[in-house]
Design a protein around this ligand. Sequence first.
Ligand SMILES: [Zn+2]
Length: 238
Amino acid sequence: MTETIYSTDAYAQKMTATVVRTDTDDNRVLLDRTVFYPGGGGQPHDTGILSVGDDLLIVSRVTSDRDGVWHWLDGSIPSQGTEISGSIDWERRYQLMRTHTALHALCGVVWNRFHAPVTGGNMQPGEGRLDFDIPNWTAEDLPVVERELNEELAKHRRIEVSFLPRNAADEDPSLIRTKVNLLPKFIEQVRVIDIVGLDRQADGGTHVGQTGEVGSIVIPKAENKGRGFRRIRVRLEE
Ligand SMILES: [Zn+2]
């Protein structure tokens, strides 16, 4: 398995690591530790560079499986046992962290107002969307949700990362609403992201340390996809 530095320290931008396995068919290497997020929960994977001596290798894709985190490379791959250093495209990742936290804060605001669960979502650096089941949404709700979201972000709420045993997470009502029971059975520890006082959910992604780092948010539109299905888009103001 790969030590996933990003899951406890989202601000780590660089690492040194050892190649533990290579896959020449897919031009990728498995590392013993990494700061590269492999994607998941709607957050895209990181991009960046691995350095082997003076050679720079572009990491074009990152994936994970039960063996660990795979770094897909452009160019020739280093052999097993090679010591490498790596760094992610931090500007892009930090935008994703801010966007991801904004979406969780939106979950909290919508839950407090409508008790509506999230049914889907996606994001790119600087913008994202969440789908909710909100039967009683009206056009007047959009500016209200936008204002409440910005007020919550401006409270500089702390964001805490913790790990819960699977059986405890399965019985926690606030986590069940974000569908912990949909996680693969083999996951024994559930990672929890808590925007303290606003939103708490099972999540594998990377977040900022407090909501003030998100800045302000624009909600350009909420689309009606039929039968209570609302798609709400958010955009970082800068
Ligand atoms: Zn998330």
